[in-house]
Design a protein around this ligand. Structure first.
Ligand SMILES: NC(=O)c1ccc[n+]([C@@H]2O[C@H](COP(=O)([O-])OP(=O)(O)OC[C@H]3O[C@@H](n4cnc5c(N)ncnc54)[C@H](O)[C@@H]3O)[C@@H](O)[C@H]2O)c1
Length: 437
């Protein structure tokens, strides 16, 4: 059984930044026990169900309500909650906007959103305006206006919005962040990252029809899923916390992967085999930061290839490259020779991971995914700011519409909005520095 399978088996059997001042600690329960968290989830399809199962393995989480327009998905999720010994949650499935009724319930502290991307912002805005912590799953925005809506809802309601970016919690990324903060790479100069994942099968349903992922590839040409790559890199570069993204340029290759795939799988006569897909197979973005660093991001999801986030963190004293698990530090590594990252992983293990590995040495709870979830829920429980906040979320998801604009204008530089309105200068790093889990 690999780690992922063990994690799933374990789960089945066991079945918050700038907002600091607006958040006052909620007192613990009268008996001195910490408060429980009352959580609602919108979207219990494939990934939402995984998140639900992880939550059900946490004894201090209650699930009073769930929402999904697919009644089978909803019923499956309700059964899982009941099987865990909890009360059956009330279901919301009447319409695409029934989530509005769920998020206003008085018995919810927080809402997780795991729906198709087009719904993330309206659902997150409604959740925050209803006075709840909100945690949308990862996505890329469809427009810049959408991102401003998210930021304003958080500022006006005082409620945190933490995108659940698990790659920020990867064991190696967190050790690297630790090393960056201890200055082992010197001054950072250049980083690389990406989402390089063959998900061609996710674009099409069983009969070759387009799924909501596929619809995006049909209509949009840009980096549609930037946060798995940029999240950990933004943390290393203190983005919106002393540094910021200033401009980007993006270039897309020709589009071949979608058509090739559908032709091979369903035949050249299939209606979807003869459409023009907007999304280029490889989208390459270059970001320039206020402190002078450059970042290359690759988005590559429609080609046959092994998975890679392509991380590279490079400074004046050396660099780390994820792809060959290698590191080179001047004066420490043998000259002109890659070192294995393994001993560095142990030596510079992030305190959060040290704690986690003591509790769950075989990572059966869920590793990085569990850590992101637990960090969010812990912030809700303690009414403290989330380690990934609305400004982090905004600067990462806005990459999608900006890359679309740049590609459409032949690779012209496009400016990033400053969602912090100048506060990036004095905002302090938070990610990986709290004890929130
Ligand atoms: N962090 C990760 O590693 C990771 C992995 C996979 C997916 N995701 C993210 O999770 C989210 C969901 O992806 P998925 O693969 O589970 O998709 P999915 O299609 O399997 O599930 C989406 C669910 O949302 C429901 N839904 C759609 N519109 C709705 C509405 N208006 N109201 C209520 N429910 C609605 C659907 O019925 C479905 O059950 C996406 O944002 C995706 O990017 C993250």
């Amino acid at each position: 059984m690999n780690t992922e399978m063990k994690r799933r088996a374990f789960i089945k059997t066991a079945a918050v930044s700038a907002l600091a001042t607006s958040l006052t600690p909620r007192s613990a329960l009268g008996n001195g026990e910490p408060a429980r968290v009352r959580l609602g989830i919108i979207g219990v399809g494939s990934y939402g169900t995984e998140l639900l199962q992880m939550c059900l393995a946490m004894p201090d989480i209650d699930i009073p309500a769930l929402c999904d327009i697919d009644v089978e998905h909803l019923a499956r999720a309700q059964r899982l909650v009941e099987m865990s010994g909890r009360k059956k949650p009330e279901g919301y499935a009447k319409s695409e906007t029934d989530y509005e009724n769920m998020v206003t319930r008085a018995d919810l502290d927080a809402v997780i959103i795991a729906t198709p991307w087009i719904w993330h912002t309206p659902m997150a805005v409604a959740t925050m305006r209803a006075g709840k912590y909100c945690a949308p799953e990862v996505w890329g925005a469809a427009s810049i206006d959408e991102v401003w809506q998210l930021v304003r809802a958080s500022e006006e309601s005082g409620m945190p919005c933490m995108m659940l970016e698990n790659h920020c919690y990867d064991r190696d990324s967190m050790a690297i962040l630790n090393m960056v903060r201890q200055n082992l790479f010197g001054e950072l100069v250049h980083c690389q990252c990406g989402y390089q994942h063959d998900i061609r099968n996710v674009n099409f349903g069983p009969d070759g029809e387009l799924t909501w992922w596929g619809e995006q590839a049909l209509k949009r040409n840009g980096d549609l899923y930037p946060t798995h790559g940029i999240g950990p890199i933004a943390n290393c570069l203190d983005i919106d916390r002393g540094n910021r993204f200033v401009t980007l340029t993006a270039t897309a290759s020709k589009s071949r992967g979608m058509k090739e795939y559908i032709r091979k799988k369903f035949g050249a006569g299939h209606p979807n085999a003869n459409r023009d897909y907007a999304l280029g197979d490889i989208v390459t973005t270059v970001i320039k930061c206020a402190q002078g660093e450059s970042i290359v991001i690759n988005y590559d999801t429609n080609s046959p290839r092994p998975y890679s986030n392509m991380y590279r963190v490079q400074g004046t004293s050396g660099l780390w490259m994820e792809d060959n698990n290698s590191i080179y530090l001047e004066g420490i590594s043998p000259e002109d020779t890659w070192d294995s990252f393994e001993p560095y992983q142990v030596k510079y293990e992030h305190p959060l991971w040290k704690k986690y590995l003591q509790e769950d040495p075989r990572q059966e709870r869920g590793g990085a995914a569990w850590l992101k979830l637990r960090a969010f829920l812990e912030c809700v429980r303690r009414k403290i700011p989330t380690p990934i906040d609305v400004y982090d979320t905004a600067s990462w998801i806005v990459i999608s519409p900006l890359t679309e604009q740049s590609i459409a204008r032949g690779g012209e530089p496009v400016e990033f909005p400053d969602f912090t309105m100048g506060r990036w200068i004095s905002r302090k790093p938070l990610f990986g520095l709290t004890d929130a889990y």
